[in-house]
Design a protein around this ligand. Structure first.
Ligand code: SF4
Length: 405
């Protein structure tokens, strides 16, 4: 290896080690020992896949400790760095959003912790941001940030469960000493006490007349989309609490070996969680016929996976380039073709795609027929299902990390 390559790899190793150490510190400072309670993200995860949720409670993580980076093989180093950049991008955005909200002067509590015990199970919620308004019409807004490569079309069920858990706990524990702000002396106080001490704002002793909502902000590199509002719903909260008890008990059963991890329910079908899952190597969902990676078929499959990765990267570059050229075209006020070398370019406005708004059709039909059930069944009769087709699914196996030696 060339001297400059060795130096470059040292730099990558240092950065990876720093990101892992930062992640460890943040978890310890803000979340504490996650094996000793059930968090809202555990509840959300279990609603998608109980096996993955229990595995993470058991500490079965594929993320190496910061101190282990020196021993990682180069390809594992690149993989770990890529995962950490995606993961920690959310923390950086959180920091920036906190500063932006602070700059507005709004009364903001970052990382408010609510802790309760339900049927003997310790449960905690960590709220990214809690915004408070006092006065005649007191209001509280919970904001949960989700950093996404591309803005979400709709919210995953796991995110919604998290939100219902957070907003339900805020209301039901309002007057209980269940609230703490990590790294401050505010520990185990009621919500009005915390707000009084932080901002000198008096909130009512009961949450009944307080306007409480929770929202998710899906954030990409250049867009934000809010999802909400989610209101306190005691039925949804009860479901979350029961789910927490189920995760806790199941984790104990697996720990004591009265149940195996592979006996647990897991999510079916194609699921984005699987590519990121720390225990996907031996998941029964992917009981596979193993073929040697250097066989003709193995090589072709590996090549296909690599080509698809390149295709995704290319599509992102094309989209960025098109966006930049469209912006430049409008900035220079061009109206006509621009030609250069062997190509010509022009931006034209084309008619938007026509789609049918299903809920509008239902409303219109209902008012015409005067019966919503009949309108719904008329609509259902018009739905055409295409023939089943084969889809080739490619997923990453998160193999144990190799040593550099
Ligand atoms: S690989 Fe997928 S199905 Fe298996 S445990 Fe992980 S998330 Fe669940």
């Amino acid at each position: 290896m060339r001297h400059s390559d060795i130096k470059a790899q040292g730099l990558i190793r240092l950065l990876t080690q720093g990101l892992l150490a930062l992640g460890e510190q943040k978890t310890a400072n803000e979340l504490g020992d996650r094996s000793r309670y059930i968090g809202m993200s555990d509840i959300g995860k279990s609603m998608e896949c109980m096996r993955a949720a229990v595995a993470s409670k058991l500490g079965l993580s594929a993320v190496p400790a910061a101190t282990a980076v020196g021993g990682l093989a180069p390809d594992d180093l690149v993989r770990v760095l890529g995962q950490q950049l995606i993961l920690q991008r959310g923390h950086w955005q959180e920091h920036g959003i906190e500063k932006a909200l602070d700059a507005t002067g709004v009364k903001l509590v970052p990382q408010l912790e609510i802790s309760v015990e339900h049927n003997g199970v310790p449960i905690k919620a960590h709220l990214d941001f809690t915004l408070v308004w006092g006065g005649q019409r007191p209001a509280v807004r919970i904001l949960e940030l989700k950093s996404n490569g591309r803005i979400l079309e709709s919210l995953y069920a796991s995110y919604e469960a998290q939100l219902y858990g957070q907003v339900g706990l805020l209301k039901s524990c309002w007057a209980e000493p269940s609230f703490s702000v990590p790294q401050t002396e505010l520990q185990q106080v009621t919500f009005p006490q915390a707000i009084q001490r932080l901002f000198n704002v008096a909130l009512p002793e009961s949450p009944d007349n307080v306007d409480i909502e929770a929202w998710v902000l899906s954030i990409s590199m250049d867009k934000v989309k809010p999802f909400g509002p989610y209101l306190p719903d005691m039925g949804m909260l009860e479901t979350c609490l029961q789910t927490a008890v189920a995760i806790w008990r199941t984790t104990e059963d697996v720990r004591s070996a009265s149940l195996g991890l592979n006996d647990l329910d897991y999510c079916q079908g194609f699921h984005p969680l699987c590519d990121w899952c720390d225990v996907n190597t031996d998941c029964p969902k992917f009981q596979a016929v193993s073929i040697p990676s250097d066989s003709a078929c193995g090589l072709e499959l590996e090549e296909l996976a690599m080509l698809k990765e390149r295709k995704t990267a290319l599509e992102e570059r094309i989209a960025e380039s098109e966006k930049r050229i469209r912006q430049t075209y409008s900035l220079i006020g061009a109206q006509d073709w621009i030609s250069t070398g062997n190509h010509r370019f022009r931006v034209v406005t084309v008619a938007g795609r026509k789609t049918l708004d299903r809920s509008l059709v239902l409303d219109t039909l209902s008012s015409l027929i005067g019966n919503e059930i009949k309108a719904q069944s008329a609509l259902d009769e018009c739905v055409k299902t295409g023939k089943p087709y084969d889809r080739l699914y490619i997923g990453k196996i998160n193999k144990p990390l190799k040593s550099a030696a």
